[in-house]
Design a protein around this ligand. Structure first.
Ligand code: OAD
Length: 239
């Protein structure tokens, strides 16, 4: 019998217990920064230095945190399921926890690229993307093609090149799990709608789920203890 396919969509809440702030909770990042200044295509044109500093700070923080029990539990699901993690997070905590198939919808903090590549004009090719680990990028840091380096992040106003791969994973899933996202940012927020009509969808979040759908079971809890509950349910219901 084939292993069941599990699509896991994660957001900032899965990394909150590692010490990375969420965006829209009280005290979240978007209370202290204007999205249009630090995470938009227009912001990059207006003030690239400010945006580089914002992501340099995020990158330095990432070096100091570790995957938590929720990331580890998600990685552990690969023992029994064919798992695809679709994350809106730009951190690398799913990788560091051991997940092997990860779609980063909004890019990756530890990667950079020239500002003039990886868009519609070159078919979103990632040939010029490279790893910088936890280091800074500054104005004047150039790629081999001579262009300014920028973070490999999807900003508001930009296309989401990985959305089709994510839709495909959700369409093929037997079970879907959503952890720690406010479901406010599209197209990620609409992904669960591509799940099959009989596919159970589990949502782990301490807040109410902002959408209503008969397929949804809400595990109203934080990611770490919510994942413990999900793992028990999965062992009982799906293996
Ligand atoms: P949000 O900050 O919008 O939502 C975080 C969610 O995590 C909320 O529903 C919280 O209730 C929940 N949460 C908080 N603590 C939690 C915990 N310990 N365990 C589980 N859940 C918890 O973050 P996202 O939905 O990820 O995009 O935001 C989506 C996108 O908006 C981000 O990828 C980013 C942002 O603007 C870009 O920058 C392009």
């Amino acid at each position: 019998m084939r292993r069941k396919r599990l699509a896991v969509l994660t957001g900032a809440g899965v990394s909150a217990e590692s010490g990375l702030g969420t965006f829209r909770d009280s005290g979240g990042l978007w209370e202290n920064y204007r999205v249009e200044d630090v995470a938009s295509a227009e912001g990059w044109i207006r003030n690239p230095g400010l945006m580089l500093e914002f992501y340099n700070t995020r990158r330095r923080q990432l070096a100091d945190v570790r995957p938590n029990a929720a990331h580890l539990a998600i990685a552990g699901l690969e023992k029994d399921f064919d798992v695809t993690v679709i994350t809106q997070n730009v951190d690398n905590l799913h990788e560091r926890a051991g997940s092997t198939r990860i779609i980063h919808l909004h890019g990756e903090l530890t990667k950079v690229r020239p500002e003039n590549c990886c868009n519609e004009s070159d078919g979103f090719s990632e040939a010029s993307v490279f790893d910088i680990g936890y280091g800074d990028i500054n104005l004047g840091d150039k790629a081999p093609n001579g262009a300014q380096l920028r973070p490999h992040i999807v900003w508001f106003g930009e296309a989401v090149p990985k959305i089709e791969a994510a839709m495909d994973a959700v369409e093929k899933a037997d079970v879907m799990l959503i952890v720690g996202t406010s479901l406010q940012v599209y197209p990620a927020a609409g992904l669960f709608r591509y799940a099959g009509i009989d596919v159970p969808i589990y949502v782990i979040d301490p807040k109410e789920v902002p959408v209503s759908d008969p397929r949804i079971t809400h595990i109203k809890d934080v990611a770490t203890s919510g994942m413990e509950k999900f793992v028990l349910m999965a062992a009982k219901n799906f293996e």
